[in-house]
Design a protein around this ligand. Structure first.
Ligand SMILES: Nc1ncnc2c1ncn2[C@@H]1O[C@H](COP(=O)(O)OP(=O)(O)OP(=O)(O)O)[C@@H](O)[C@H]1O
Length: 138
């Protein structure tokens, strides 16, 4: 096992656990993005058991192993209140799946386009997101 793989060992989630949570990826789809479909389900992970978003890599969408490992590397090394947490991943039977904390308010872009927000609130969200990306002291 390489040292890089060892670093992420505690984040591994078995494929069986993710299949159980999504009816074998047959239902519970909550969205789709550049990586593939996203499912919602309750899963046990390194921080306990909770509702999560499960992103399953579909190579037809154009992304592959480098993007998968880059996402895991970046999010596992860096956490911030303004960023969604990475809870685990699955690299089994040719599957590449990333498990995130479930955001009950939906995606940021959908939230930002809501007419219920004032421009001041929107600006505050942009600034908080930028702080999340720039680092803890910003
Ligand atoms: N952590 C999450 N909690 C709740 N819903 C999520 C979460 N992550 C993704 N989703 C849902 O899945 C959809 C697709 O998300 P995804 O991140 O794959 O695509 P995206 O935001 O379009 O980004 P990209 O195309 O760059 O990958 C989102 O619009 C959202 O509805």
């Amino acid at each position: 096992m390489t040292s890089a793989t060892k670093e992420f060992e505690h984040l591994k989630i078995h494929l069986e656990e993710l299949k159980k949570a999504t009816n074998s990826f047959g239902s519970k789809v909550i969205g789709a993005g550049g990586f593939g479909k996203v499912y919602k389900g309750e899963v046990s992970h390194s921080k306990g058991r909770s509702m999560v978003a499960i992103k399953r890599l579909n190579r037809e969408y154009g992304q592959g192993d480098p993007e998968f490992w880059k996402e895991i590397m970046m999010l596992s090394r860096y956490t911030h209140n303004n960023l969604i947490s990475l809870l685990g991943f699955c690299d089994e039977n040719g599957e590449k799946i990333i498990v995130y904390e479930y955001a009950s308010n939906g995606s940021l872009d959908r939230h930002l386009s809501s007419t219920a927000l004032t421009w001041t609130q929107r600006l505050k969200i942009y600034l908080d997101a930028a702080r999340g990306m720039l680092g803890p002291k910003v």
